[in-house]
Write a protein that binds this ligand. Structure first.
Ligand code: 5GP
Ligand code: MG
Length: 178
């Protein structure tokens, strides 16, 4: 597994520190109002687990499964929402949490879907952002790190289902793809 990594972009320590900072910013923003976190499975699971342990505001957790890359590294243009929410988000403050904001198509479609249910507010928080790749105007309210247009794995992010458990974020050696 480790031998497949070409370069580490974000170490465990750097990630930990940044997640703490984002937690503080989100706490400050919501001022003890309760939020519903909607986390996008599967990629955001690791980030969400760390983020909620850095939040002091009251919160409840819900999950949405969205279609992913499958075994390729190309995003689907029309992401599909594959499950439904267990919570009633009407009049609630919703925080969408995803692993990475790439084209923006996934978060935009989830944002539209959630907004149609008349929540009090919808904000978004992503662990990584690839601004160069955006195909729409979607902007996250909180973002951990901006990274260049390279395919990364670790800290929840996978390639063909693997590498999610790596505590850092890195790129893969070309040999892994062949
Ligand atoms: P978007 O809809 O913004 O194009 O894509 C968002 C989703 O694509 C992310 O939630 C993630 O699952 C996947 N994705 C985008 N870039 C990467 C990447 O560099 N590595 C991995 N593992 N997944 C990515
Ligand atoms: Mg994802």
């Amino acid at each position: 597994m480790k031998n497949d990594i070409k370069q580490i972009l974000l170490t465990k320590e750097v990630i930990e520190k940044r997640v703490q900072e984002i937690g503080q910013e989100i706490d400050q923003y919501y001022q003890n109002r309760e939020i519903i976190i909607i986390t996008l499975l599967d990629g955001a699971i690791v980030f969400t687990a760390d983020l909620i342990r850095n939040l002091a505001i009251p919160l409840r957790l819900d999950c949405l499964r969205v279609s992913s890359y499958g075994n390729s590294t190309d995003p689907e243009t029309a992401p599909r929402i594959l499950s439904s929410l267990k919570s009633d988000v009407r009049d609630k403050h919703v925080l969408l949490v995803d692993d990475i904001l790439d084209t923006g198509n996934t978060l935009q479609s989830v944002f539209n879907e959630v907004t149609s249910k008349q929540p009090a507010s919808v904000r978004s928080c992503v662990f990584l952002d690839k601004p160069e790749r955006r195909q729409n105007g979607f902007k996250a309210d909180w973002s951990g790190f901006s990274i260049p247009d390279e395919f990364v794995v670790g800290y929840g992010l996978d390639y063909a289902g693997r590498y999610r458990q790596l505590p850092y974020v890195g790129t893969l050696k070309p040999s892994v793809y062949s």
